[in-house]
Design a protein around this ligand. Structure first.
Ligand code: ADP
Ligand code: MG
Length: 376
């Protein structure tokens, strides 16, 4: 049971989760020198937890009593996107997940190698993503309010499910993400280097045969508008429903066929990459899905099919900083509400929110405004 009601947000401390190993290992310094004084000045108390290993944040958020978690006004991640993903998936494993998602907003202080979520929230806020970006983020956190953000439920053929806040990534860019781990000391440049090394490797690029199906966002939005009365799902009665009960467009399981005549589009091809993003940025210097907003109810499903030359691919991704790749003919994109990805070859790199995941068929539905982010 819930116990007593938590105090007003201003009186409750923030729970700060800091990954000392994120990025170039400067999270401690960033927090102590930049964020802590600003939080203090804003009169915001906090409790700092430094993670001891991968999995620590997941266990903490999965196993702490709700009463304890709700004694905080919010969760602040001082790391990259991986620690936020870990924390959200700790919540996703609880029967009271919906209640906690609706009452425990999260903020991010960018200390990781990618910082996609922090960059995308800052971009939506109109902030400049320059070298002082982390300082701006700390400053913003001190005056932040909870605002709704989209999350996505990922269901895999094995029965595993994940709560994603950033991306589902298959093929070339997933491989680059995984290979870039070893260049962690380089900071943000590690992705560019790993991409360059992958393209420079002799021989052709690996292609991934897969079936990709998606439900265009406009189709889902038109359907939602027809049935608007059932979309108001915010009552406290629903706080103990499983996440999967929020699905409105995907079949119950991956073994069920997609509904026919419901506007789904299916393509089978040899893909170099398939990447679905909930956010505009995959890193401060990677403006991957320029039109995407944190709460637009859309997941940007993008892909590049085999047949494009390495030179064209390199040219495409050299312009990712300002979103120029988005206009390249070989770069395809569909703003979707849900999609299904069925790999038809064995194996292949898969990342969810930048963290490695097993290669298997997956179906993904965007859950509009399910989370709360602390932004100004
Ligand atoms: P980065 O952007 O630098 O990759 P992330 O937040 O994505 O930062 O974290 C990278 C990985 O570190 C994640 O897989 C996370 O689970 C893991 N992790 C979290 N805390 C620790 C720790 N104390 N030691 C080692 N790894 C950790
Ligand atoms: Mg990471």
């Amino acid at each position: 049971s819930m116990g007593r009601e938590p105090g007003p947000p201003g009186k409750r401390p923030l729970l700060v989760l800091l990954n000392p190993r994120s990025g170039q290992g400067r999270a401690d310094k960033l927090f102590r020198e930049t964020a802590e004084p600003l939080l203090e000045e804003a009169g915001l108390a906090h409790r700092l937890v430094r993670t001891e290993s991968a999995g620590h944040a997941t266990r903490l958020l999965r196993d702490s009593p709700a009463e304890e978690l709700l004694s905080y006004s919010g969760l602040v991640i001082v790391s990259g996107d991986g620690l936020l993903y870990e924390a959200l998936n700790g919540l996703a494993g609880r029967p009271d997940c919906l209640q906690l998602l609706r009452r425990l907003p999260f903020g991010v202080l960018p200390a990781g190698g990618g910082n996609a979520v922090a960059a995308s929230l800052a971009h939506a806020n109109g902030d400049c993503l320059d070298r002082e970006f982390a300082v701006t983020a700390a400053f913003n956190l001190a005056k932040a309010r909870p605002r709704p953000v989209d999350l996505a439920l990922v269901e895999a053929a094995s029965g595993a499910s994940y709560l994603a806040c950033l991306s589902v990534n298959y093929g070339l860019l997933a491989q680059v993400d995984l290979e870039s781990e070893r260049y962690r000391f380089l900071g943000g440049a590690r992705f560019a280097l790993a991409f360059g090394i992958r393209l420079a490797a002799p021989g052709g690029l690996r292609v991934y045969r897969a079936r990709l199906s998606y439900l265009p966002a406009e189709v889902a939005e038109a359907k939602d508008a027809e049935t608007a009365d059932v979309s108001n799902d915010n009552g406290d009665d629903n706080n103990r429903k499983p996440l999967a009960s929020l699905k409105r467009h995907l079949p119950a399981s991956l073994s069920d066929p997609l509904p026919s005549n419901a506007g789904w589009v299916t393509e089978e091809a040899d893909y170099l990459l398939v990447l679905a993003s909930l956010h505009s940025h995959l890193a401060t210097d990677n403006f991957y899905a320029p039109p995407c907003r944190p709460d637009d109810g859309r997941i940007y499903v993008t892909w590049v099919a085999a047949g494009v030359s390495k030179v064209d691919l390199l040219r495409m991704f050299l312009s990712v900083g300002d979103g120029g790749h988005f206009r390249a003919p070989a770069f395809r994109c569909a703003a979707a509400r849900a999609f299904r990805l069925e790999p038809l070859d064995d194996g292949g790199p898969v990342c969810i929110d930048g963290e490695t995941a097993p290669c298997e068929a997956m179906q993904v539905e965007l859950l509009p405004r399910l989370g709360l982010a602390l932004t100004p």
